[in-house]
Design a protein around this ligand. Structure first.
Ligand code: PGA
Length: 256
């Protein structure tokens, strides 16, 4: 089984003492876990990044933010820059999450700017895409993800793709308990590799890590991970509890 990547998106959960507790629990569990095949990234809120980085200094868990602003710096009250994130010790940032698109009106152009800036600042990117239920019902899933990839990755050169992971997250599956079936996810993941090949050259799609996200839980992770084009998961709700996140990590390592 190829190495999987399991990323946890904490969203707006966990104050600093709760964050510390969860990280300690994860570290303890991972130290007891002999299989060490997966890449693990956690994305706590900005406020917990520095303490998380300290706590994870000698751990194999990597750290990411959930967002950055599109400008390098300036008078943007309340925003957080890529440099600020980098200075906490985080190596990753999520960009284009559907909650950012929906509640903060982030469009493809904004997402493209953020991706370019993150790469410039040497942050790796988890680039989220996915269709709404309405679009799926209209049979437009492939059109929408094509558009999201074309715009999101616009002007990048193929060499930059190695610092980008794509997360296919159907909006109707996020936080709803409705997961895409392994077949549905596999179909889009393999289609995404074709789009990337068409945009960046043959073979680039195959090299891209493509995660599935949307109600990934311990009991459905194994089925998803068994599909050839599903390289791992971006986990929301189930990453807030050390035991369920660990079970998903183990499913990715083929350990039950
Ligand atoms: P969920 O969230 O696992 O709670 O559905 C996934 C995500 O938003 O990345």
């Amino acid at each position: 089984m190829a190495k999987k990547m399991i990323a946890g998106n904490w969203k707006m959960y966990k104050n600093n003492s709760e964050a510390l507790r969860l990280i300690k629990q994860l570290r303890n569990r991972l130290e007891k876990n002999p299989a060490r095949k997966s890449k693990i990234v956690i994305c706590p809120p900005f406020t917990a990044l520095s303490l998380a980085a300290k706590e994870l200094a000698s751990s194999r868990i990597e750290l990411g933010a959930q967002n950055i602003f599109w400008e390098e710096e300036g008078a943007y009250t309340g925003e957080i820059s890529a440099d600020m994130v980098k200075s906490t010790g985080a190596k990753w940032t999520i960009i284009g999450h559907s909650e950012r698109r929906q509640y903060f009106k982030e469009d493809e152009k904004v997402i493209n700017r953020k991706i370019k800036l993150a790469l410039k600042k040497k942050l790796k990117v988890i680039f989220c895409i996915g269709e709404t239920l309405e679009l799926r019902q209209q049979n437009l899933t492939k059109d929408i993800v094509t558009n999201q990839v074309e715009w999101g990755l616009k002007d990048l050169d193929p060499a930059q793709l190695k610092n980008i992971v794509t997360a296919y997250e159907p909006v109707w599956a996020i936080g709803t308990g409705k997961t895409a079936t392994p077949d549905q996810a596999q179909e889009i993941h393999s289609f995404l590799r074709e789009i990337i090949d068409a945009l960046f050259g043959a073979g680039t799609g195959q090299k891209m890590t493509i995660l599935y996200g949307g109600s990934v839980k311990p009991d459905n992770a194994e089925g998803l991970f068994s599909r050839p084009d599903i390289d791992g998961a971006l986990v929301g709700g189930a990453c807030l509890d050390a035991s369920s996140f660990m079970k998903i990590i183990k499913a990715g390592e083929g350990v039950f």
